[in-house]
Design a protein around this ligand. Structure first.
Ligand SMILES: [Fe+2]
Ligand SMILES: [Fe+2]
Length: 184
């Protein structure tokens, strides 16, 4: 498998979650309410899977190694755009977390902010994924030898392996902080 294989498979799962979010958005607009647990689930998916796991492998492995190659202007420009888009995606998720926190506290006005954030995310991801799948990943493979591609794929598996431990270590750290704050 080429190192873009796992990345493209991950794109398909991100698309499924984006489809769910699109349909939920229609329901939120209709019912004028949202289940905060749904937003928490969507944010966890976006932050942990789409950003940390997926964009993480793109930036820390594929883009890092492309950075050492003599890229055509077109490819270098696209790679810079993709990194910037990842940054924007993180901002959108952050805004959704803030809006959801306000909504949970009873601020009804936060509902329209939640809807705006979901709308931005469901518009953003398909375009970003299409740019990578159709215009970037495949031509970029030509910059690498077979052994370089194999090494990247191996590094991707290693990257994924450590993530479950990172996620739950962070959950324990957060739980410890909450407990300490309660004791103060
Ligand atoms: Fe990306
Ligand atoms: Fe991607």
């Amino acid at each position: 498998m080429m190192p873009i294989g796992p990345l493209m498979i991950e794109h398909r799962l991100i698309e499924r979650m984006i489809d769910v979010m699109k349909e939920e958005l229609v329901l939120i607009e209709k019912e004028k309410k949202v289940a905060p647990e749904f937003i928490e689930m969507a944010v966890d998916f976006i932050r942990t899977y789409a950003d940390r796991c997926h964009h993480g492998k793109e930036e820390d492995i594929l883009f890092r190694d492309l950075g050492g190659k003599n890229l055509k202007d077109e490819h270098r420009r696209t790679m810079e755009e993709l990194v910037e888009e990842h940054r924007l995606g993180r901002k959108m998720a952050g805004r959704l977390v803030e809006a959801n926190a306000k909504y949970v506290q009873g601020n009804q006005k936060a509902l329209s902010a939640i809807m705006d954030c979901i709308k931005s995310l469901v518009e953003f991801y398909p375009k970003h994924i299409e740019k990578e799948d159709k215009h970037f990943f495949i031509p970029c493979m030509d910059y690498f030898t077979n052994s370089e591609k194999d090494a990247m794929l191996k590094e991707e598996w290693e990257f994924d392996k450590s993530l479950i431990h990172e996620k739950y270590r962070n959950i324990v750290i957060a739980a410890e902080k909450i407990l300490t704050a309660k004791k103060l």
